[in-house]
Design a protein around this ligand. Structure first.
Ligand SMILES: [Zn+2]
Length: 446
């Protein structure tokens, strides 16, 4: 059996692992490259023949995991894509949005079009969690909740007597809305993400406190609180947290705008799959509460409305994409508001090196946004507690529970070099399990 890595080596985007059993060839994820240094790889041909791939196991709907699936289809793939039901629905929204971005953004050449997304959608087949399914003559699979975003899955893959486990992205528990990542009983080989392999999150409670203070401070100064968000999970989580603070009377009522049509669409899909929420969220839904709506909140649909919101006087909170400040509607708000000390920027997501978000997080006093130089006088802070990725401690703890059998090997992907190196060191020292840092497109025998 052979495995090779076609993305997410020394970086956090482009997840794509090829497994060849001798009888079956399949991929785990087929994501888009989003790092500035590797985005050109999206346009390159796959290093394997897409028409020979029997199926894809899709861990979740983030574009860095599903974003090259329509290209795979365009290049000849006709197999099934196995995933959870929310992943299928959210992927449709995310992929159609990407196809649209390709057309609008002159810097990116389209790697597929809307018709490719519609072409591949019937190939998505959803499976329930915790149910073993035979997907080829020698491969059986089981999805388990990864607790990262709604619908995210860890895949257990049984090939003969060998058990492989693919973590996808693992959640930072306890998180609101989604359940905690499920524990895997045993594995021979584990493929583990390492986004925060060198990091430790601050406790969620301190993140909530900082969010609360940021809102109070913004209202007192009659400023603008800008929160760049990803459409999937972070938007729903921040809405949930704001509603919680408001309900408890810990923050005053203030106009809040979710200026992202994609985030609004994903929020609707969340409402549809409330049966997969964690206990707290389910209990609130049971009382008839809408977790993602509250007094003062407006879902902004039309692009023209952003300008009107910008002109509105008084304190306000704006949630807009992209989560790393590169592109999306947040750019307009940053240009207008960064140079005023009454305003605040709260970064609540992982900021890939080189993105505008990472430059702002590092304390830059001046930045360039869409060719315009902007002085940074607003308060900028980065909160890691809202991350939807497990940190080093949580990753090690998750692996330590895999006991029957204990894995002999762990492949670390989906992390920048310093992260995967630090995680390798921690896992080898604490758990005495050999870790491999895979190279792009290199084959490994199993
Ligand atoms: Zn993810």
């Amino acid at each position: 059996m052979k495995v090779s890595f076609h993305g997410a080596c020394r970086e956090v985007t482009g997840s794509c692992i090829l497994v060849e059993t001798g009888k079956t060839k399949f991929l785990v994820d087929c994501g888009m490259f989003q790092d500035e240094s590797s985005v050109f790889k999206n346009e390159e041909s796959f290093a394997f023949n897409p028409s020979e791939i029997d199926f894809v196991l899709l861990t979740h709907a983030h574009v860095d995991h599903c974003g090259r699936i329509p290209k795979l289809y365009k290049d000849g793939f006709r197999g099934k894509i196995y995933c959870s039901q929310p992943t299928r629905e959210i992927s449709r929204a995310m992929l159609l949005d990407s196809a649209n971005v390709f057309l609008k953004d002159k810097k990116i050449s389209p790697i597929y079009f809307e018709n490719d997304v519609w072409g591949v959608m019937p190939h998505f087949q959803y499976l329930s969690y915790n149910k073993e399914t035979a997907v080829s003559s020698d491969v059986r699979i089981k999805l388990m909740d990864a607790g990262h975003v709604l619908g995210s899955a860890v895949f257990e893959v049984l090939i003969g007597k060998k058990k492989m486990v693919f973590s996808g992205d693992l959640g930072n528990h306890p998180a609101p809305i989604v359940k905690n990542p499920e524990t895997v009983a045993g594995a021979d080989v584990v493929f583990l993400e390492s986004t925060y392999g060198s990091g430790f999150h601050e406790p969620r409670e301190s993140g909530r406190e900082k969010l609360k203070q940021a809102v109070i401070d913004t209202v007192n100064k009659k400023g603008v609180l800008m929160i760049p968000v990803f459409a999937l999970e972070r938007s729903q989580e921040i809405l949930f947290e704001l509603k919680r603070l408001l309900t408890k009377g810990e923050i005053p009522s203030v106009p809040v705008f979710l200026d992202s049509p994609l985030a609004s669409q994903v929020t609707d899909i969340y409402r549809k799959f409330a049966n997969l929420f964690d206990e707290e969220a389910m209990a609130l839904m049971g009382k008839g509460e809408d977790l993602f709506d509250f007094r003062g909140l407006k879902f902004v649909k039309k692009p023209g409305q952003s300008k009107k919101i910008s002109k509105m006087k008084g304190a306000k909170i704006v949630l807009a994409g992209s989560g790393m400040c590169d592109g999306g509607r947040i750019g307009g708000y940053l240009k207008k508001n960064l140079d005023n000390s009454r305003n605040r920027l709260l970064l609540v997501s992982f900021q890939v090196e080189g993105t505008l978000g990472s430059v702002l997080a590092s304390g830059a006093k001046e930045v360039k946004i869409e060719k315009q130089r902007v002085k940074v006088r607003a308060d900028v802070s980065l909160l890691s507690s809202f991350s939807s990725h497990a940190d080093q401690r949580q990753l090690a703890e998750w692996v330590s529970k895999i006991k029957n059998p204990r894995p002999k090997n762990i492949f670390l992907s989906h992390g920048e070099e310093k992260s995967r190196l630090a995680l390798k060191e921690a896992l080898e020292k604490e758990l005495k399990i050999n870790c491999c840092l895979p190279e792009f497109q290199k084959e490994y025998g199993l």
